[in-house]
Write a protein that binds this ligand. Structure first.
Ligand code: IMP
Length: 172
């Protein structure tokens, strides 16, 4: 498969540093719980967390919404739930990408009923205009065109997650 860089490793690093500073200021004096959605968000979580300077804890969820296709199905299944109780906690969901928003919208509703003190969303990438549901995303790294992207945690049939940058897959 051919692909070309869309967001470079340097751009990602610089933007995550800015987002981390913003999050640090917003959550000053509070305990934070970062929740990442596996597998795609693992890299964003690891690199963003290094720029957050409030005491924090991390937990992970795994959901399936895509199967192996490149279009959102809207069907979300929890494959792995949180280990932590989130009642009364300040929760920040860390995502790799918001496309249709169906996954996050489902997750948000699912987590809200557990009674967190606050619940916000941070995403590295967002494809504007594609959201099928209204979604309040507080921290956005980059708005990108509606193409299918890989790298920096994002996969195509399980591959390319290790690329240190975000690239657009080009059909041959
Ligand atoms: P959504 O429900 O359409 O917002 O997308 C949910 C999940 O689909 C994301 O968390 C990604 O794991 C995956 N996804 C969406 N767009 C892309 C893409 O362009 N490349 C790779 N994975 C994607």
């Amino acid at each position: 498969m051919k692909y070309r860089t869309l967001v470079s490793a340097e751009q990602i690093e610089a933007r995550l540093a800015e987002m981390g500073a913003e999050i640090t200021a917003d959550y000053a004096g509070q305990d934070l719980l970062l929740i990442a959605v596996l597998k795609g968000a693992f890299m964003t979580l690891a690199d963003l967390a290094r720029h957050i300077e409030v005491p924090l804890d991390m937990d992970f969820m795994a959901v399936s919404s895509y199967g192996d296709a490149t279009k959102s199905s809207g069907v979300v299944r929890i494959l792995k739930d949180l280990d932590t109780e989130i009642s009364g906690r300040h929760v920040l969901i860390v995502e790799d990408i918001v496309d249709s928003g169906l996954t996050l919208s489902y997750l948000r509703r699912n987590l809200e009923v557990r009674g967190p003190a606050s619940l916000e969303i941070a995403t590295l990438l967002l494809k504007p205009g594609l959201q099928k549901v209204p979604l309040d995303v507080k921290y956005i790294g980059f708005e990108i065109p509606p193409d299918f992207v890989i790298g920096y945690g994002l996969d195509y049939y399980g591959q390319y997650r290790n690329l240190p940058y975000v690239a657009v897959l080009e059909e041959e």
